[in-house]
Write a protein that binds this ligand. Structure first.
Ligand code: B1M
Length: 216
């Protein structure tokens, strides 16, 4: 297989033998690490999602694909360009309660960290109390929640309602992302229950431009 197809295939097959060598070759050929992730590896992940969703792939194999994805991202990260405008603001990032998906959240972490933001990534399955404690403790300027399950979209709504009832909405603009969310759900349904700013980010880059807007 040609290199690009092979890298995509590695995610689908969960094959990590020789992964680093292929990533090195792709970079040596002039592909930027982020383009390798976005244009090749995430394509593979999309196929994994489709195969799993249609019952053609079992969960342990999805897990293997996710592990290869994580290994690849960790390998590429030190090769990414870093802007030198540090100190643009601080965000607490979490995957919401009940949800373990973290590949997207961790990409958001990487993109924001490489572009001048201080990211406090508190991990997966985080209840609202833990998110707010972290935001308080680290004096965050914003809160980012990720979740991929349909039920996570409901949790996000509950979280915003809780923040509104605690009167902290003015203090923390919220960024939301994850495959089960839609812009309409965030902008039509969630905005109406949260008196502060709530933004939907389709991907990590939109997350970055929203942070730039929130902090402006
Ligand atoms: Co699961 N899973 N999974 N899974 N999984 C999905 C989400 C699913 C759509 C697959 C499917 O059925 N086709 C489905 C959800 C269905 C639903 O809710 N209706 C599903 C399911 C059902 C499950 C389990 C329930 C399966 C089971 O146990 N029977 C279980 C749930 C466990 C739990 O959470 N309690 C489960 C488990 C897993 C694994 C552990 C095996 C693994 C996750 C490993 C890990 O993350 N460490 C896994 C995976 C890999 C997937 C798919 C295949 C891929 C997800 C992924 O990493 N995508 C996924 C299929 C899909 O998404 N279509 C699926 C790549 C990633 C970069 O994309 O996270 O969307 P994403 O992030 C994007 C944007 O959304 C955005 O930026 C990123 C790109 O730049 N973004 C943000 C995300 N967060 C953001 C936050 C922001 C801004 C942007 O600001 C704060």
């Amino acid at each position: 297989l040609p290199l690009e197809e092979r890298l995509k295939r590695r995610i689908i097959d969960g094959e990590r033998n020789g992964l680093e060598a292929d990533l090195d070759t792709a970079m040596a050929e002039g592909r930027a690490p982020l383009s390798i992730i976005n244009d090749l590896l995430l394509d593979g992940m999309k196929v994994v999602g489709e195969l799993f969703g249609s019952g053609q792939m079992q969960l342990p194999f999805v897990l293997q694909s996710a592990e290869v994805m994580k290994t690849a991202v960790a390998y590429l990260e030190p090769h990414m360009e870093r802007a030198d405008d540090d100190g643009k603001g601080r965000i607490v990032l979490a995957t919401v309660k009940g949800d373990v998906h973290d590949i997207g959240k961790n990409l958001v972490d990487i993109i924001l960290s490489n572009n001048g933001y201080d990211v406090v990534n508190i991990g997966i399955k985080q209840p609202i109390n833990a998110i707010l404690d972290a935001a308080e403790e680290h004096r965050a300027d914003a809160i980012g929640m990720s979740g991929l399950l349909v039920k996570s979209t409901v949790i996000m709504k509950e979280n915003l309602a809780e923040m509104a009832s605690r009167g902290v909405a003015e203090r923390w603009p919220v960024l939301l992302g994850g495959a089960a969310l839609t812009r309409a759900y965030v902008e039509d349904d969630l905005r109406s229950i949260y008196p502060g700013q709530v933004h939907y980010a389709r991907d990590a880059f939109e997350g970055l431009s929203l942070m730039d807007r929130v902090m402006a």
